[in-house]
Each structure stands twice: as C-alpha cells, then as structure tokens.
Write a protein that binds this ligand. Structure first.
Ligand code: F6P
Length: 361
C-alpha cells in the first residue's frame, strides 16, 4: 500500500476532523504513504472531486467541529439520483467509483461514517473488491459493534449543558420544560443527558411511554412542593401503541427529518394534563456542531490511527471499534445493520429509575 483515500459520509459529527488528522499524520509519518481526500462524502468519489492531503492541510483542525472534506447524506453510488428525460431515476454508478479510485492510484479507502455510509463501504468491498476500512461515527451512539462512536460524548455534553440551563429557568418560572434531543432509533443521548442533568422524565424510542404516567409523575412532584419539572424526549420516542412522529428519511429521497414533532406533542399533552405552563426546546443540530470534547478527540484520534494500522495489516472489509480499553476491529458485515439500542432492563435504565426518573412506562 502506497496511497490511501479518505472520505467522511452521512451527517456530520464532532471529531470528524480529528479522525482525518490522525489518518493523515499516521499515514505520512509512520508509513510514508500519501493521502487523497474525497470531497462531500460519496459524491466526491463518484464525481472525482479529490485533493491530496498533507500534514499542512490538517494542521490546527483537531479541535474543529465539522469536516474539512465536507459531507452529505445523499449520493449512494449503488443508487445514485439523476434526472433523465425530466424524470428522477436512481442508477448504479459504482463503476465510476472504481475508475476514480484507479485514476488516483489509491490502494485502500478509509470511510468515516455511520450505518448508512458503512453499508455502502461494505458493498464496495464485497461487490467491487475495493480495499475498504471503516471508522464508526454517529452522535446517536447506535452502532452495535463498538462500545462507543466518536461524537456521542460531545452531543451528550451539549444536551447536558442545555438541561442545566433549562433547570434554572424552569425553577424560576415554575414551568415544565421539555428538551427534545436527537436519537431516531436509540435513546442514548436522552438517557445519559437526562441522568447527568437530573431530569424527572426521560422518553426514549426503546420504552414506549404512556402520557398519563408522565403527567402523574409531574403532578406527584408538584404535590411534593416541586413546582417545576424537566422532561427529556428523544426525537424517536413514541407512545405505547403509537407511531414515531418524526418524518423518517425515505430511502434515497431528499426528505429532511423535521425535528420538534414529538417535543411539541408531549408538551401540549402535559400542559393540558397538569395545567402547568410548558415550554419546548428543540436542541436539533446544536448537538452535531462545535468543538469535540477531550474524550471524543482522543477516541477519534485512536480510530484514525487504528484505521491506517488496519490498512497496513491488510484487514480490509473491517471497521475499527472500541472494546474498552482496546481499539480492535470487526468485519463491516457484522458491524452494519445491527443497531445498538438502550437495553430496557439494563443497569443504566435501572439506575435512572432508582433515582426517581420516570420513563412513562
Ligand atoms: O444520525 C444522526 C442524526 O443526527 C440523527 O440523530 C438525526 O435524526 C439525523 O441525523 C438528522 O439528519 P439531518 O441532519 O439530515 O436532518
């Protein structure tokens, strides 16, 4: 291996730049490789938008949020949208990816992404024979094959800080404050920020809630003289027997996910049920921005270095993962498609319940 490629795919996430920096530094310093960065995720790989990455290009980016390479949720090479005769159609353009990889003389490709991007990586490896290595990224922390994805810790701290701030205003106004956080399928951000911030109610996708139970908890607090309450809701939380209210991303479409649906729905029901003033904060993409925490910078650096080590060991079709305290690897085929959900009877939910947090169940 002489030359490697790298790209960032899917939603952005604090720590992406730290991974890119570690890849470039390790490749150049340790193994004397050259590195090519593809721009805007798989789009750059399809349209051949690429640039050489030197140590100068990655200088100073360790603490910066976002990604110097750009990213997008679109542009799956196996199902690429194009307009033909005024009609939007999807085509397999994966041969173009192979061509562009060859044009640049790239021997191995490091894909930094979540479940969607890593699934594409797996297919490029299996169907196109590309020498791919994956790095697990998502603020949702819902990839099963690793103890933790980078980006989660930063999002968790952002959400916890928001709860701390909501606490003081809730207390002053005797209000119920609802904080809606990200987490479509897994409630890790809601669960852990809720515990860290001392929330009274946490609603997560894994535990369907009953609004009566939530109202009961708030009234019980009021009866104890606590005139305010804090509720953390994951965007994918759903009532028992009900549906998720967020718009799901339809495969291959450009439909954005609209946040705020569940937060507002829960707020009006609580206001009606308790007669207390209720306000909603939708934390949204604040959770994806900003400087990564020290934990995420370290994890991202270990993943970046680990990915280059995997390439040099010839372990293609694998993803770096954290098996605390070690950085190890796992086949992409095992890593994708399996979401790591909050175990509903697990220790952490039990702990939360034991300190009086209600899950509305
Ligand atoms: O998967 C990461 C995530 O931040 C989810 O928590 C959220 O549902 C989604 O991305 C939002 O995507 P977009 O930025 O495309 O609206």
């Amino acid at each position: 291996v002489r030359r490697i490629g790298v790209l960032t795919g899917g939603g952005d996430c604090p720590g992406l730049n730290a991974v890119i920096r570690a890849v470039v530094k390790t490749a150049i310093r340790e193994y004397r490789l050259s590195v090519v960065g593809f721009e805007n995720g798989f789009g750059g790989l399809i349209q051949n938008r690429a640039r050489e990455l030197t140590e100068a290009d990655v200088a100073g980016i360790l603490p910066r949020g976002g990604t110097i390479l750009g990213t997008t949720n679109r542009d799956n090479p196996f199902s690429y949208p194009m307009i033909i005769n005024g009609q939007k159609v999807f085509r397999d353009v994966s041969d173009r990816v192979v061509e562009n990889i060859n044009i640049h003389g790239i021997d191995a490709l490091i894909i930094i992404g979540g479940d969607g991007s890593l699934t594409i990586g797996k297919e490029l490896f299996e169907k196109k024979g590309l020498q791919v290595v994956g790095v697990p990224k998502t603020i949702d922390n819902d990839l099963s094959a690793t103890d933790q994805t980078f980006g989660f810790d930063t999002a968790l701290n952002t959400a916890t800080e928001a709860i701390d701030k909501l606490h003081t205003t809730a207390e002053s106004h005797h209000r119920v404050m609802i904080l809606e956080v990200m987490g479509r399928y897994a409630g890790w951000i809601a669960l852990e920020s809720g515990i860290a911030g001392g929330a009274d109610v946490i609603l997560i996708p894994e535990i369907p809630y009953r609004i009566e139970k939530v109202i009961e908890k708030i009234i019980e607090r009021r009866n104890l003289g606590k005139k305010f309450s804090l509720v953390v809701v994951a965007e994918g939380a759903k009532p028992l027997g009900g549906e998720m209210v967020i718009q799901r991303r339809v495969e291959d479409s450009f439909e954005p996910i609209r946040l705020g649906g569940i937060g507002n729905a829960v707020a009006s029901q609580i206001e009606e049920g308790t007669g207390m003033e209720t306000r909603v904060t939708v934390l949204g993409h604040l959770q994806r921005g900003g400087i990564p925490t020290a934990f995420d910078r370290i994890l991202a650096t270990r993943y970046g270095t680990g990915a280059v080590n995997l390439v040099m060991a010839g372990k293609f079709g694998e993803m770096v993962c954290l098996r605390t305290p070690h950085i190890m690897s796992v086949p992409l085929a095992e890593a994708v498609g399996e979401l790591r959900l909050v175990p509903v009877d697990g220790d952490i939910v039990r702990t939360a319940k034991q300190v009086g947090i209600s899950f509305g169940d």
